[in-house]
Design a protein around this ligand. Structure first.
Ligand SMILES: [Mg+2]
Length: 265
């Protein structure tokens, strides 16, 4: 696909079609607000209810697609939902079937060096991941360049991939991204044969946007306008939550009298 004009205006997305769509959702900055500490994000009960209700309405065609490890997502209440974690290095279907790539050589060394580096400045935060290691410099912005340089050196030396994100840099297993993660899930039941819709906020989500747009689906950028291959945009986390709820409400109206899941816990 030829990249579209980056300056074109992006319209608000139409509401979900529960008969045809498969829904892929980034987590941080899309469903929940970004936070100084990645372990401190607030996941409201209402959001969890909305996600599970969407999953029911989509007959299981909802998956989280995150840079976080699946076990971390589960700790936020995502058990029972399909997920691709660690930037596509691992995935899990709603029924619990799991698969993950082998842990690359050199990751242990990278993790050790990141941990040591994180001790050198206040506000630097090291995050250990099953298939990666991250440095967060949101509270130490003057360390950004040094963190990125260290990540590049380690990646070059150990054949790892450097992943840049919001105020963070990560080294991880190479050869996968959110685009391959969505493509993998789209090859599997119950996602196969449905129109993919993906919402994400970060530069790492562009691979996912490309996959869904190429497949005739809809990429939805969350946040301020920027260069993107997504075809639609929502301004922020609150708008995403509102859009998801409005989609559910529309679907309920259409199914009025046929029994809804409004009584879900
Ligand atoms: Mg994000």
């Amino acid at each position: 696909m030829t990249d579209p004009d980056p300056d074109r205006p992006l319209s608000e997305p139409p509401l979900l079609d529960f008969g045809t769509d498969a829904l892929f959702l980034d987590f941080d900055g899309t469903l929940v607000e970004l936070c100084d500490r990645p372990d401190a994000v607030d996941v409201p009960d209402q959001l969890l209810r909305t996600l599970h209700e969407l999953n029911d309405r989509l007959q299981g065609r909802l998956a989280l697609v995150s840079g976080r490890a699946i076990e971390v997502l589960d700790g936020f209440g995502m058990i029972g939902l399909a997920a691709a974690g660690s930037h596509g290095s691992e995935w899990r279907l709603a029924g619990g079937e799991r698969e993950y790539l082998p842990r690359p050589d050199g990751l242990d060394i990278a993790q050790q060096q990141f941990a040591v580096f994180a001790e050198t400045a206040d506000g630097l935060l090291f995050e250990d991941k099953p298939l990666g290691a991250a440095l967060h410099y949101r509270r130490a912005p003057n360390m950004r360049e040094a963190a990125q340089e260290l990540a590049k050196q380690l990646a070059d030396k150990h054949a790892l991939h450097v992943q840049h994100g919001h105020d963070m840099v990560e080294v991880r297993v190479a050869g996968v991204d959110k685009g391959t993660a969505i493509a993998e899930l789209l090859s599997l039941s119950p996602f196969a044969g449905h129109r993919p819709v993906f919402l994400g906020d970060d530069v790492t989500d562009e691979d996912g946007f490309r996959t869904v747009e190429d497949a005739g689906g809809m990429g939805i950028l969350v946040g301020a306008p920027r260069r993107t291959v997504a075809s639609h945009r929502l301004p922020g986390v609150r708008d995403v939550n509102d859009w998801l709820k409005r989609s559910l409400h529309k679907d309920k109206s259409q199914h009025a009298g046929t029994g809804t899941s409004e009584d879900m816990p």
